[in-house]
Ligand binder design. Structure first.
Ligand SMILES: *Cc1c(COP(=O)(O)O)cnc(C)c1O
Length: 399
């Protein structure tokens, strides 16, 4: 008998679970988009976006998803033929580099595979080898959502500095902002991109770019910019419509005000990070226990190298695909597909899934999702070690 009726839970790495308060804030009549409250509100949002990234930078808001702000960063930072060094740790880093290459950037990729974070020593060596210092920007993915690996942003900055190289550091925090600790200023980041539908708990539709003074200066001469993607008017608008190069995304802004208030003023960023860390450890404890008695492994072996918002796992024998279907049909829980872990079209694809623990999630949601997964393993006869849910509960009990 299916037990899926009731509130469903989409535990995929974006869109994340959204607070009803955010949705309710969006449920209202359209505001005046020329003047008045919306202008003040947008200024407040920009200030809060700085706070959520611990940044004193400039912030541009785009009506777009994450792919859009990838292109925003590229369009503003590069001229045709400029060089970039891309640090790949999974599908997302690889795809950002492909976008850059398609736009005319000469991209060199350091690939760290699917199971390891960026090795700063290799970054330093690659930059030292660039004796003419023509590499303009280093592209880094903080948490690669496909592999769930997390790289050390500050260590990459230190590697750039140790090489005595002037390259800018651009970081994709789409899967980590509002989940994992991130410090734009302290870590010496020049450009950071994020989107509304993950840690920020707002529906998909807004993309954000944080821009340091240095990056703004470097972007003035770039020739890949087009009027829509040019960040200069958005960062310093003379007229309100310039924030968005046209009509404001009114209702998304109402939602964002509410989510930023929840993250920054009510829960507090330190607690938001700690909550994600603890829920992540609960998930990992369950997989550790299940893995004792079956072909179940987390993609990233070292917990210190795992992102706190998503966990990529392998369940052999096609177990991952069968479990995803069971959880959705029988229990109202949707888990993420594996991404970039196996050759598309091969049976190996059915061995990968991802569980998100990002955004508006708490202990009962995470323990509930793990309980459902354990039920599915039992129902489907997927071999697994005992005590997964109990191990996760013990983590939550400690807080
Ligand atoms: C989700 C994600 C993206 C892509 O964002 P979309 O909104 O789906 O375009 C890019 N990078 C990372 C790290 C992501 O998690």
């Amino acid at each position: 008998m299916s037990l899926a009726q009731g509130r469903t839970y989409l535990a995929i790495p974006g869109p994340s679970a959204m607070p009803d308060r955010v949705l309710a804030a969006m449920h209202r009549a359209a505001p005046n988009i020329y003047e008045g409250d919306i202008v003040t509100m947008t200024r407040g949002i920009v200030a809060d976006l700085r706070r959520v990234a611990l940044s004193s930078s400039h912030v541009a808001i785009y009506i777009s998803n994450g792919h859009g702000v990838w292109e925003a960063a590229i369009a503003n930072l590069f001229s045709r033929g400029d060089r970039a060094l891309s640090l790949a740790t999974g599908r997302f880093g690889i795809n950002w580099a492909l976008h850059a290459a398609a736009m005319g950037v000469a991209v060199e990729t350091l690939d760290f595979g699917l199971k390891a974070p960026v090795d700063p020593a290799r970054v330093e060596a690659a930059l030292r080898a660039d004796t003419e210092q023509t590499i303009k920007v280093v592209l880094l993915t903080h948490v690669d959502t496909a592999t769930s690996v997390r790289s050390d942003v500050a260590a990459v900055r230190a590697a750039i500095d140790a090489a005595g190289h002037p390259a800018l550091l651009a970081v994709d925090c789409i899967a980590s902002l509002g989940c994992d600790a991130f410090r734009f200023d302290d870590w010496g980041v020049d450009v950071m991109v994020a989107a509304s539908q993950k840690g920020l708990m707002v529906p998909p539709g807004l993309g954000f770019v944080w821009v340091s003074d240095k990056a703004l200066e470097a972007s003035r001469a770039s020739d890949l910019k087009t009027p829509y993607w040019d960040w200069a008017p958005r960062l310093n608008p003379e007229h309100y419509y310039e924030y968005f190069a046209g009509t404001a995304p009114t209702h998304h802004l109402f939602g964002l005000v509410e989510s930023l208030k929840m993250l920054l003023d009510e829960e507090g960023l330190a607690h938001v990070w700690a909550r994600h860390a603890t829920l992540a450890r609960a998930v990992w404890a369950a997989f550790d226990a299940w893995g004792e008695g079956g072909e179940i492994t987390m993609n990233i072996a070292d917990p210190a190298e795992r992102g706190h918002s998503v966990t990529a796992v392998r369940i052999g024998g096609g177990g991952a695909a069968r479990l995803r279907t069971w959880c959705e049909e029988e229990a109202g829980l949707t888990l993420g597909i594996g991404l970039g872990m196996a050759e598309p079209g091969t049976p190996e694809v059915a061995n990968y899934l991802r569980i998100a623990h990002m955004g508006h999630v708490n202990a009962h949601m995470t323990l509930g999702a793990l309980g459902v997964m354990e039920a599915g393993m039992i129902a489907l006869g997927i071999p697994h070690g005992a005590g997964g849910v109990a191990a996760a509960a013990a983590v939550c009990a400690q807080g």
